[in-house]
Design a protein around this ligand. Structure first.
Ligand code: 5RP
Length: 220
């Protein structure tokens, strides 16, 4: 049983004709986008806004019509994955490096639906290192400032060079042993001048679709 596929496909139940949909990034929402492609080919009338270049390519491949952010003020729904989810529907995102676009698009969506397999559910956030998107300029300084907030930051790399986001920034993956006050932490991190955005999504998700190993679905 592929739990990611199960959760991803299940979320299309929230999509209706005429909607503008934020298309998340990652291997779980991949299945949502594939399913939406099938439905579009069967006549579903939707417009998508991708949260990353990878997702944009996939949506085009699937024949999902896209619309640009400059043409709209609000989205009906965004469907996206997550790296961690707690019982208060707070999330860590950004494992795939798309957190800035994901958060921006989620912030103007009427609903944010998250699709995960059960391995992403935790009682307290923080086991997964928190991705923080930072400017390349002054990255060493920003890293030290983040350390003062109680974590060990590590510059994300790809093939031994710094990983660059779709926005041309770097990611510092910040290991906190656990995050007990996500709201306070997100505010403190975003106060740092070199920080563009962090991967804590607090008070944003409305529904979490959790696929269990045994094939059952839970809704948080
Ligand atoms: C990308 C993300 C992804 O949604 C998150 O990493 C989950 O990915 P996956 O479904 O592949 O486990 O936040 O920036």
């Amino acid at each position: 049983m592929n739990s990611k596929k199960l959760a991803g496909e299940k979320a299309v139940q929230y999509v209706k004709d005429g909607m503008i949909i934020g298309l998340g990034t990652g291997s779980t929402v991949y299945w949502t986008i594939k399913k939406l492609g099938e439905l579009v080919r069967d006549g579903l009338d939707i417009r998508g806004i991708p949260t990353s270049k990878n997702t944009e390519e996939l949506a085009i491949e699937e024949g999902i019509p896209l619309i640009s952010l400059s043409e709209i003020g609000q989205l009906d729904i965004t469907i996206d994955g997550a790296d961690e989810v707690n019982p208060d529907l707070q999330l860590i995102k950004g494992g795939g490096g798309a957190l800035l676009r994901e958060k921006l698009i989620a912030s103007i969506s009427k609903r944010l639906v998250i699709v995960v397999d059960e391995s992403k559910c935790v009682s307290r956030l923080g086991r997964f290192p928190l991705p923080v998107e930072v400017t390349p300029f002054g990255v060493e300084i920003t890293s030290k400032q983040l350390q003062v907030l109680g974590c060990t930051p590590k510059l994300r790399t790809k093939k031994d060079i710094p990983y660059k986001t779709d926005n041309g920034n770097y990611i510092l993956d910040c290991s906190f042993s656990s995050i007990s006050e996500p709201i306070e932490l997100t505010n403190k991190i975003n106060m740092l001048p070199g920080v563009v955005e962090n991967g804590l999504f607090v008070n944003m998700a409305e529904i979490i679709v959790v696929a269990k190993k045994d094939g059952h679905i839970d809704y948080l």
